[in-house]
Design a protein around this ligand. Structure first.
Ligand code: BGC
Length: 452
């Protein structure tokens, strides 16, 4: 690359991403809230008031606008909208409406998630996604939201990373409801597929048009870690390759296969799922890292695989995750080959309290997005995870993904932009990644982004 500027297409969306439970605060009728009270969060915190986005949305939107960000991804919480079975809270929907109105007023491209891992407590108590009624109940909730709020979203995400709670909550026992059962994993995957397909068609029936008058656009924000074997010599390496094959299928490949063909992948089993085939208008990619699967006889809890090690020389984040920008390019290419649908980067980001790694992380990943664009792959936008620091699930508040720093224990929850927030602002304003910007914010990345 010799140019001094990587220019992005007109109307490319420079957004940021969040999820209801992680920022709103007070999501007390949910399964995660109940689970947190058991003291299972690693840093001893609970989501509590989180970042109080529920009350401070106006201030946050004004800050985003000031920084010239163009898009925002947010979630609706089922447990707020339907805190008790069959009781839909109209005040809550009105509140969400005001939030969306404010976003529209600022001119943001809105990406709305219907389900980001969290369910109402009453759903958890009835056996969550193993209960055959849950999918229908989810679709009733979805219909209510689509009817009431359907005029706002430019993009709909029916489900965020469905395979993460399927695996973490049902196979590895690390998220609620802490099961370790292949049978439960398969049943839950099938429920998610049915819930997604149902919501996809509901949106098209109830709100066939997006705010710009074109057909509504619906997809899933899928977790695509780049999974590779460690390649230990000998039989351990053989097991690592087998584990890689299985891990890819148990996560995104199985799901993608079912969406593409309509026939459940063998990993999920069971009869065909109605309406699932081709139920994407765009492909949402959440990309963070590479996982190198290494055989370890001590990791019986993870099927004898350690996925936390980085090959020598590879930098890791505060989550211990490998920084592997090329994985984003490789993921975009493979998703494009599979679906031939426009791509939206629905999440990409890094836990970095001091903001030492984030500027490089951002520009190096954006350079990979640009590489895919140069090959003609249609990429609609990039939503950075995350706008503000937030409640990072099992890790609590200790892991900070925000462009904007917020200490959860600061009584005023003051919002303080990190240098990366200004970097991202400059990129959004120029609609380009320029040598000047990279030199100013991430000089170590100049060579990687522009060559010499
Ligand atoms: C999830 C987010 C999470 C982020 C960082 C994604 O897998 O969608 O909710 O905070 O990763 O771990």
């Amino acid at each position: 690359m010799s140019s001094d500027s990587l220019n992005f297409p007109d109307n490319f969306i420079w957004g940021t991403s969040t999820a209801g439970h992680q920022v709103e605060g007070g999501n007390e009728f949910s399964d995660w809230w109940a689970w947190e009270q058991k003291g299972l969060i690693e840093d001893g915190t609970v989501s509590g008031r989180a970042m109080d986005y529920w009350n401070r949305h106006e201030e946050d939107h004004a800050l985003m606008a000031k920084l010239a960000y163009k898009g925002f991804r947010l979630g609706i919480e089922w447990s707020r909208v339907e805190p008790q079975k069959d009781h839909f809270d109209r005040d809550v929907i009105e509140h969400y409406r005001r939030i969306l109105q404010s976003l529209r007023h600022h001119g943001f491209k809105i990406c709305l998630t219907l389900h980001h891992w969290v369910i109402p407590r009453w759903v958890a108590e009835q056996g969550d996604w193993l209960n055959p009624d849950t999918v229908n109940q989810f679709l009733r909730y979805a219909k209510f939201v689509i009817e009431k709020l359907g005029d706002f979203p430019d993009y709909w995400v029916t489900m965020n990373e469905p395979m993460v709670p399927a695996i973490m909550g049902n196979l590895l026992g690390r998220f609620p409801p802490q099961r370790r059962s292949v049978r439960a994993y398969r049943a839950v995957c099938r429920s998610y597929l049915r819930a997604h397909a149902g919501a996809y068609h509901l949106i098209h029936e109830v709100h066939p048009l997006a705010p710009d008058g074109t057909r509504s656009r619906v997809g899933v924000a899928m977790a695509y870690p780049w999974i590779e074997p460690w390649n230990t010599p000998g039989p351990a390496g053989g097991y690592e390759r087998f584990a890689t094959f299985m891990a890819r299928r148990a996560s995104f490949e199985g799901w993608d296969h079912t969406i593409r063909t309509g026939k459940p992948h063998w990993i999920h089993g069971g009869p065909a799922i109605d309406g699932v085939q081709n139920s994407y208008d765009f492909c949402g990619i959440n990309y963070y890292t590479r996982a190198s699967l290494k055989y370890d006889w001590r990791r019986g809890d993870q099927y004898w695989i350690d996925d936390t090690k980085a090959p020598p020389g590879v930098d890791v984040t505060q989550m211990g995750w490998q920084i592997y920008p090329e994985g984003l390019y490789r993921t975009i290419r493979s998703v494009w080959k599979k679906f031939r649908k426009p791509i939206l980067i629905t999440e990409n980001g890094i836990a970095d309290d001091t903001d030492e790694q984030r500027p490089c992380y951002i520009v190096e990943h954006l350079a990979q997005v640009h590489r895919a664009l140069r090959e003609g792959i249609p990429i609609l936008g990039y939503y950075h995870w995350s706008f503000v620091d937030n409640f990072e699930w099992r890790e609590g508040f200790a892991k900070r993904f925000g462009l904007i720093a917020v200490r959860h224990d600061d009584p005023g929850l003051k919002r303080t932009p990190r240098p990366s927030a200004y970097l991202y602002s400059e990129i959004a304003q120029k609609n380009a990644l320029t040598r000047k910007t990279v030199e100013a914010y991430a000089p170590q990345a100049v060579e990687m982004v522009f060559g010499t």
